[in-house]
Design a protein around this ligand. Structure first.
Ligand code: SF4
Length: 645
């Protein structure tokens, strides 16, 4: 939480935040600093501050007790800026490593209510080091004297428990049963507790809707193994309890901004059709991509168009088998959550308003990546199986993207006659997937929790292991996205080139100029939401972000400053990758996706040749290295002397 250092702040440097380093082994603060904002990266927050903090550590093992895990928020988190709810978990990733094994810096972000309560405790940045002696919860309380942090031994029945069970316990233990919900939570499932064999565990955050309904409607800092790092510190969950909400309101300008965010064209894609003519939420992507023949299917190899119609959002929403109700995080009018319920006895009322009020039990949520990757990409086209398998990932505490891409790889491996792994699991085998997910989460599988790259290195199949820099692809084909390897956080959430082939009417897919420009000039801009604490689905342009800052904090800002701070964070992240010793040829894609290879000659897409990619790579890396020097991050890019373990 940002605090003004004087009564009339006139600049971002007139704010500060509390930075605490906490040693979990000793159960006490190592340092408590009132950190005066130095620049726009500090002020915007999130990864702007985290990457600076991470640059001060040499890390060769992401699970070493002295490897830091940074938890913080953005400047909008906990304010009246609609969707200002995000919390960030930043550290060194067990998945995203150099080939020599050095972990690289990453972050993962969640909405929900944990972030706003965390900020109200008074903490700006919390740096966790050390390892608790026994499985524990970290409890942060707001007090008159500032944040109070303690490590509390977890009850034995919660060790190994699923997310749902931990959430119920913490709600009973730290809320007062009076519906005020002063406490919110970030917890691990069994996957995070078994961090030695599971490197893609998520941190799962509570939502107001979840605590009120008792249903498992969480948000996730899912990607890149931040849950595994928290698990390595022997922390099963974090409680943030604040009885007073320091809800910073904006001036009149914020009302118009929030109106636009919640109801305007910019967020239409993420709203239910009944909510001001929305396009359906992230789930709409299945039908769109399938229509172009580029929907990931059976390990990223679609045989044509419209191959997964039974599990399209639209098919399921119109079916008589389900009632879909759009729900939201605290105070958000976008209401992007598309929650699926069973129909009641007597069937579904044709009037959607009545159907909303009269439904059966909660079945799960349709979000694009979880549903696509645990459905069509596993060859599973049964809607009930699909909902159930996506929901299982949440309860076990997996990053649903990595977990399902691992399983699609194992299915592909078996289908190609390479041998038999994972009890011979095959495409379409929902029961086999259930069993495998349980086995991985509970540590009964030694290898399959370590991600596709580690698996392929041991059993073979590198050519069709769908990852870049060790990070599993999200639900977009590598065949259409040469930008994957340059996403600093990995995956797609830090490089917006994944939809250009389908959505950009001016796309020139076989032009290196086109891709280099989009990677170096445009794609990284989406990372601005990973600094300021608003949600991606606002699609807030930089001038709206800067106006929001002026409205909430009363200091001048500009769109250029939003973009400048964002680019600095992006380049600092790249510099820290260089520090860990990554080589140019590690910015790569699996060989089967190139034209001429088995996944590179799809009916719907055939442009990405090895030669085109290598030209893009050479030119992008030249530009990024140049910008490292120009922005003064050259020292951070010097390879560390420590060796990988
Ligand atoms: S857009 Fe969706 S995820 Fe983002 S804050 Fe609103 S409801 Fe939550």
């Amino acid at each position: 939480m940002l605090k003004p250092v004087n009564g009339t702040p006139g600049d971002v440097t007139d704010y500060s935040c509390t930075r605490i380093e906490y040693d979990l082994a000793a159960g006490r603060e190592v340092s408590v600093e009132d950190h005066r904002v130095q620049d726009d990266m500090d002020f915007l927050g999130g990864i702007g501050r985290s990457f600076k903090i991470l640059s001060g550590y040499d890390v060769s093992d992401p699970f070493a007790p002295d490897a830091p895990l940074v938890i913080n928020t953005g400047c909008f988190t906990g304010t009246q800026f609609m969707t200002g709810l995000r919390a960030y978990f930043s550290g060194y990733s067990p998945l995203k490593r150099t080939r020599a094994g050095m972990p690289m810096p990453v972050w993962s972000a969640m909405s929900g209510s944990f972030g706003r309560k965390f900020s109200y405790t008074g903490i700006g940045d919390l740096i966790l080091t050390g390892r608790a002696a026994v499985p524990s919860f970290l409890v942060i309380r707001q007090t008159d004297d500032g944040p109070d942090i303690s490590v509390v031994e977890a009850p034995s029945h919660l060790v190994g428990a699923r997310v749902r069970e931990k959430m119920f316990y913490l709600d009973e233990r730290y809320n007062d049963g009076d519906k005020n919900y002063h406490a919110h939570f970030a917890v691990l499932g069994p996957a995070g507790e078994n961090w030695e064999t599971v490197w893609y565990a998520a941190v799962v955050g509570s939502t107001q809707e979840q605590l009120m309904s008792g249903e498992d409607k969480w948000r996730f800092a899912g990607r890149l193994g931040m849950g595994s790092v928290l698990g390595s510190k022997n922390i099963l969950g974090i409680v943030a309890r604040a009885e007073t909400d320091y809800y910073r309101k904006g001036d009149d300008r914020l009302k118009a901004i929030n109106n636009e965010i919640g109801r305007g064209e910019q967020s239409r894609g993420y709203r239910h059709p009944n909510n001001r003519n929305g396009l359906g939420g992230t789930g709409k992507n299945s039908k769109i991509l399938d229509g172009f023949g580029v929907l990931p299917y059976r390990n990223f190899e679609p045989p044509g168009e419209n191959v997964a119609v039974p599990v399209h959002l639209e098919t399921m929403r119109e079916s008589d088998d389900f009632i879909v109700i759009d729900k939201s995080c605290y105070g958000c009018q976008i209401t992007c959550h598309q929650d699926f319920y069973d129909v009641p006895e007597g069937g579904k009322d044709p009037d959607w308003r009545k159907a909303r009020r009269n439904h059966g039990e909660y079945l799960g949520r349709f979000e694009f990546e979880p549903m696509e990757l645990s459905g069509a990409n596993l060859g599973i086209l049964d809607p009930h199986d699909n909902l159930e398998l996506a929901r299982l990932d949440d309860d076990l505490g997996f990053d649903t993207i990595s977990a399902n891409v691992v399983i699609s790889f194992l299915m592909d491996y078996n289908a190609r006659g390479n041998g038999t792994v994972a009890d011979g699991v095959t495409f379409g085998d929902a029961e086999g997937v259930r069993r495998l997910k349980e086995d991985i989460a509970y540590g009964r599988e030694r290898l399959f929790g370590k991600g596709v790259r580690a698996i392929a290195e041991e059993i073979g199949g590198e050519a069709f292991a769908m990852h870049a820099k060790g990070v599993e692809f999200s639900a977009y084909l590598g065949q259409t996205n040469p930008g994957y390897p340059f996403a600093v956080a990995g995956g797609h959430m830090s490089m917006r080139t994944f939809l250009l082939y389908v959505m950009d009417p001016d796309c020139k897919p076989d032009s290196a100029d086109y891709w280099v420009r989009n990677i170096t000039e445009e794609g990284w801009k989406m990372v601005n939401k990973d600094l300021h604490g608003g949600c991606l689905f606002t699609m807030a342009p930089p001038d709206q972000v800067s106006e929001g800052i002026e409205a909430v904090f009363g200091v001048p800002f500009s769109a250029e400053r939003v973009l400048d701070a964002t680019y600095r964070a992006h380049i600092l992240g790249f510099a820290l990758e260089q520090k860990q010793g990554i080589t140019p040829d590690e910015y790569d894609l699996p060989s089967d996706i190139f034209v001429g290879q088995s996944k590179g000659d799809l009916p719907g897409v055939r442009f990405l040749t090895r030669e085109l990619f290598e030209e893009v790579r050479t030119r992008v890396l030249e530009r990024l290295h140049r910008d490292v020097e120009t922005l003064g991050y050259g020292d951070h890019a010097a390879p560390a002397s420590v060796q990988a373990v």
